[in-house]
Design a protein around this ligand. Structure first.
Ligand code: FDA
Length: 397
């Protein structure tokens, strides 16, 4: 293309987060003239705060069954074309030291800043133009796409929406991708906060508040679909920790969750054994063998009030064991988008090509990353979706 009719850019990407940066690299390497726009003063802000500042940048065991979507098959193509191993290879090429923390989760040894620096270096090498602090207005289509901003308008053959989801509005999250999708007639899957602490009310909340700060390793939480064995944390608003964040993505208001506080032992057998072998010990002393003291005391005060375990009936001990291993409780809600690591739902996958992320009904319009109805488990999966979907769109846009 040449002359006045030539667009300044082949491709404008809105959102310089994980997905947008990867898409820019992927397209730029193909020789596309790429403009990457963001309203923030700095790119990749969520990368910087992720993983406690060390960025859990992918999961070695990433697989499609660790992603939630109305269409669980949608993520397969992109995840298989740009895999965790591809991203790890890039990290290695840049000499960024990393380690597996647990469950395949890969973290930088040092700061998450290294990941952003790597992506910016790759963008630079791919000739990507990055412009920050641009407030995005309308996105229109005539013969080309036109993106209006407070600092001028830009035209391109393709536009990629990489503005993420609704989580953490304080950090600049907006619903822009969803608004643009609607404007072009695409459907949205219902959005809700995911990977978020759950809140409780009344008596349950009071009990949890008294335990605030207590963390129990290796807890299983489950409700309908979904079962996770990770840590659980009591907080002043309810429950948090990886096990709860994981289950929150499967939880719907009104549903109960079930928690096994002692996933490694048979609690009934343990209590009946201690009744026989330590009959004079108090319940709180026995429970403290397998649970943190504060939790043991609270449970014992409630279920085995001050007296030797030898005086408790077998039925009573079995009831306590049931309470320990199948604690059923109904959250009153969640801490919402202000605390959610991700947004579930988003641009409906039925309207997108799973190979390219392009809107089937609007050639040249792409949606990637968290904006799309694909959400990963906790543990590096969400960044992997951002890298994979971003890369796939960059190969086509
Ligand atoms: P992302 O939100 O990263 O980027 C969107 C970009 O668009 C931002 O730069 C934003 O400024 C810009 N933008 C938004 N609206 C705009 C508008 N109207 N105009 C212009 N620009 C706009 N995942 C994981 O795999 N491992 C981890 O360790 C963590 N840790 C973690 C911690 C915390 C505290 C949070 C909140 C989240 C995580 N995540 C995570 C999730 C992960 O951060 C998330 O899934 C990805 O950042 C999504 O990448 P996207 O590029 O889609 O959106």
């Amino acid at each position: 293309m040449s002359g006045d009719a030539a667009p300044a850019f082949d491709l404008v990407i809105l959102g310089a987060g994980a997905a947008g940066l990867m898409c820019a690299i992927s397209a730029g390497r193909r020789g596309r003239r790429v403009l990457l726009l963001d309203h923030a003063e700095a790119p990749g802000k969520k990368i910087l705060i992720s993983g406690g500042g060390r960025c859990n940048f992918t999961n070695r065991d990433s697989a499609p069954d660790r992603f939630l979507s109305d269409n669980p098959h949608f993520c397969k193509s992109a995840l298989s074309r740009y895999t965790q191993h591809d991203f790890i290879a890039m990290v290695d090429r840049h000499g960024i030291a990393h380690h597996e923390k647990t469950l395949g989760q890969l973290f930088c040894d040092g700061s998450a800043r290294a990941i952003v620096a790597m992506l910016l270096a790759e963008c630079g090498a791919a000739g990507v133009e990055l412009r920050l602090a641009h407030r995005i207005g309308a996105v229109e289509r005539d013969d080309r796409f036109r993106v209006e901003t407070d600092r001028g308008s830009f035209t391109a053959d393709s536009v990629v929406l990489a503005t993420g989801g609704l989580s953490i509005p304080k950090m600049g999250a907006t619903g822009l991708a969803h608004t643009v999708a609607r404007r072009f007639g695409l459907a949205l899957s219902e959005t809700r906060p995911g990977l978020v602490p759950l809140t409780f009310a009344d008596e349950e909340l009071a009990a949890m508040q008294a335990l605030s700060g207590v963390s129990i390793p290796a807890v299983v939480a489950r409700c309908g679909a979904g079962r996770f064995r990770e840590a659980l944390l009591f907080t002043h608003r309810g429950l948090s920790g990886p096990a709860i964040l994981q289950i929150s993505s499967y939880w719907r208001p009104g549903q109960a969750i079930t928690i096994d506080l002692l996933p490694d032992i048979d609690a009934a057998a343990f209590l009946l054994d201690r009744k026989r072998t330590r009959p004079r010990a108090e319940g709180r002393t026995i429970l403290a063998e397998v649970l943190p003291q504060r939790l043991a005391t609270q449970l014992a005060d409630r279920y085995l009030p001050a007296r030797p375990i030898g005086e408790a009936g077998d039925r009573e001990l079995r009831r306590l064991a049931e309470r320990l291993q199948a604690w059923r409780l109904t959250p009153s809600g969640s801490e919402g988008y202000a605390k959610a690591e991700v947004t579930l739902g988003g641009v409906a996958t039925a309207g997108l090509s799973s190979k390219t992320m392009e809107a089937k009904a609007v050639p040249g319009l792409f949606f990637i990353g968290e904006a799309v109805d694909v959400t990963g488990w906790l543990g590096g999966y969400n960044f992997q979706w951002a890298w994979s979907s971003g890369w796939a769109a960059g190969q086509a846009a």
